[in-house]
Write a protein that binds this ligand. Structure first.
Ligand code: 5AD
Ligand code: FES
Length: 341
């Protein structure tokens, strides 16, 4: 039997055992589904993502956008193109727009500010996912109306973090995430499963970090080796372990918004459906316009390429219904814990 209290209290040794053995999955999945239902209900929220630039100054060893990758056609959408896309998304009735890019300094404080000001006129929540920026920029953008910021912590093992991110440290990443929280952003962290050298203990640390931060959003996906990166020969994450981690994240941070990630759907055609069954309550349809979409190539086999620009909206709604859940209608902000629970 699973000792649920030890999981909730992020007992590291116990979690390591649970993650490594895999023998509690049936129980974990069932509890995660019940926890999802109790704390965030039956609504699954749509977050339309615009991947507006694949230019990146960073060198993350796993990522196809890394600066050294010369096999990638780079693009930048103009502010007008981005705002035009946002208008289309708002017309489709989606209430959250995620602006994501590589770490691309072309988009200055002022350009991002302009995007926020214009897009907020559409009555949508805005999530920024543009990597590490100056604290002062986070402050300005929050004041202009940005609601949320996604920045996965990638791994909570300081040693592994340092190996994967030349010139950066887990300490620094943590400082950014805490600053975003302090400024009042709904803050998203998260990690990859199956990174080279990653142990079950490291994954337990990931859960402990999510709880310590009180992450409002939690993105978890399998690592998928990219042939155009130094990790091309690594093994990558599997479906079962990734689902186990999503389910454990739901149990550890019950009110968090947790997506069934695109990477999960890319390693298995039903990956996202399983995610929604085992704790996830968010899905992120891809609304990056063509011809740019195929070039936002973080990893090979990424789904939703070459589709009609807006096909993912209907597809994800259908997916939500197919697992017996309901398409969310509001902004889908994080639910606050009810004190009488
Ligand atoms: N496999 C899986 N996920 C990846 N990401 C980047 N590269 C890969 C890869 N090769 C994830 C990172 C990042 C998010 C946008 O995509 O976790 O935060
Ligand atoms: Fe993109 Fe199904 S979600 S095609």
């Amino acid at each position: 039997m699973l000792d649920i209290k030890k999981v909730q209290n992020v007992d590291l040794d116990y979690l390591t055992h649970v993650i490594e053995s895999g023998k509690y999955d049936e129980e974990i999945f069932k509890i995660a589904d019940e926890t999802r239902k109790k704390y965030v209900g039956e609504e699954v929220h749509l977050r339309a993502i615009i991947e507006f630039s694949n230019v990146c100054t960073q060198h993350c060893l796993y990522c196809g956008l890394r600066a050294d990758n010369k096999n990638l056609q780079r693009y930048r959408m103009s502010p007008e193109e981005i705002i035009e896309r946002a208008r289309l998304i708002a017309k489709l009735g989606i209430k959250t727009i995620v602006l994501q890019s590589g770490e691309d300094p072309y988009y200055t404080t002022e350009i991002i500010s302009h995007l926020i000001t214009e897009i907020k006129k559409l009555d949508v929540a805005i999530t920024l996912s543009i990597g590490e920026r100056e604290f002062e920029e986070y402050r300005i953008w929050k004041e202009l109306g940005a609601d949320r910021y996604l920045m996965r912590h990638e791994t909570a093992s300081p040693e592994l973090y340092a190996k994967l991110h030349p010139g950066d440290s887990f300490e620094n990443r943590k400082a950014h995430l805490y600053e975003l929280k302090r400024l009042g952003y709904e803050t998203g962290a998260g990690f990859m499963v199956g990174l080279p050298g990653q142990t079950a203990y490291d994954l337990a640390l990931d859960l402990a970090f999510l709880k310590e931060l009180d992450a409002d959003m939690i993105g978890i996906g399998p690592f998928i080796p990219n042939p155009d990166t130094p990790l091309k020969d690594a093994k990558g994450g599997d479906l079962q372990t990734t689902l186990r981690m999503i389910a454990l994240a739901r149990i550890v941070v019950p009110t968090a918004n947790i997506p069934a990630t695109t990477a999960l759907g890319s390693i298995n055609p039903l990956g996202r459906q399983y995610g929604l069954k085992y704790g996830a309550n968010v899905i992120m349809p891809n609304l990056t316009p063509n011809p740019y979409r195929p070039n936002y190539s973080l990893y090979p086999g990424k789904i939703c390429l070459f589709e009609r620009d807006t096909a993912c909206v209907e597809c994800t709604k259908q997916m939500i219904r197919s697992v017996g859940l309901v398409v969310g209608e509001g902004y889908g902000h994080r639910k606050k814990i009810e004190m009488n629970e």
